[in-house]
Design a protein around this ligand. Sequence first.
Ligand SMILES: Cc1cc2nc3c(=O)[nH]c(=O)nc-3n(C[C@H](O)[C@H](O)[C@H](O)COP(=O)(O)O)c2cc1C
Length: 442
Amino acid sequence: MSEKETIHLAADLSFLHTDFLWRMPGSWAGYPYYSTSDFYEEIAQVAERGKMDMLFFGDTGGTSEDYGGNHEAVVSRGVKWPRHDMTPMIPILARLTESVGYALTMSTTYHHPFHVARIFNALDHVTRGRIAWNAVTSAYKWEAMNWGFDVMMDHGERYRRAQEFLNVTCQLWDSVEKDAPVLDSDSGVFLDPEKVHRIDFKGDYFNVRGPLPALPSPQHRPLIIQAGQSGPGMDLAAKYADLQFSTRRTLKSMKKHRSDIDKKLNSFGRSPRDLGILWSVRVQVAASESEARAKEKRFLESIPPEGGLIEMSQWFGIDFSGAKLNMKLSDFADQVREQEGNLGTFDELLKTTDPDVTVRDFGRDYMSQRILVAEGTPKEIVDKLEKIHYETGANGGFILGRGFHAMDNIKEFVEHVVPELQKRGLSKKDYSGPTLRENFND
Ligand SMILES: Cc1cc2nc3c(=O)[nH]c(=O)nc-3n(C[C@H](O)[C@H](O)[C@H](O)COP(=O)(O)O)c2cc1C
């Protein structure tokens, strides 16, 4: 989404409080978690010091009973649980900061496009143009049951509904033209009715008359993010998204991903530079490589042996608790596919993992290696990020992905890695404008 080759920086704050990260020294423990906004306020200020573009809040609303057939494992270990609605946090953080943006997740499977268009218009106003929408199709059956479905909608249908959903929301945001407000006190004309349009949308899933009864917001539309990695997920991203998250784990697979999405962008009449990719990366910075390794080791030691399998059960919707010693990841492929959940991500794991590794060994690594890892000195980390960035088209940047802890880890990133990126002219030294879209375009 930009002509420039800047490395954009974001951080995924979805799981800082869970997934064993809270056991790390310098993690959030000690802050009054969720009862106040202090923890997130401090992170937002740190991110803004590092001229980071965006803080991201993922969301799912279910309690997984996949591992062992009940919720004991996820609740007693705090694996992606609890998850509070982060919507109210955003206006608080936006008041405290001037430039960093915020991404909020809302499901195209369980919400209604009119509601989503309206709330993101409102959030764009109160953040003064710094909101992004992570449009997810939701891949978890326990969440489906909370929204009144006995069975999760199948993968293909979730994406068909998502296509229509995005179409309606975009039409609603466009239904009031930018220069519709007149506010002429002499004539008494508030808005120009010629510039406010009904949409009269009638589709397979939604009927929406429009217009959106709201003033146009600073960005007009929020930045749209899509994270689906499967074919239909890539189609949705190529048609509507400004940014895509990707969890590809090797340079080879990243390059293929970029070239696949570029072809799809062209086929929808868009250009590769219309869509930036933020590659998920976990960063572990230290004064030397061995110190970084020691930190990594401390993190892994804080995770019980079954930790990765609990997490994988939740993510892929099947029970890994009974995995026999010699079972491989590929032994579970059919079961995972039947679940129709995170298909794209599972396929990526199959492609990028040694086929002889047992699922139990894989589970132990999963907590640290599920996404790309950059560890070492600031120089070593930036060398790696720079290489990946240029070899994948220099079109987007990185999101600190799941498996990093705050407060310390994000502070270290801003204090040690960002200056090295800035020194090499790779990331920005200042924000270019008040809106998230302007900052990502720069
Ligand atoms: C990096 C990343 C972040 C995601 N964040 C969320 C999220 O916050 N909430 C959610 O329900 N799904 C999330 N997803 C799931 C996707 O939106 C999508 O539903 C899922 O990947 C299944 O689609 P696929 O088979 O096309 O990959 C995320 C996926 C990835 C790869």
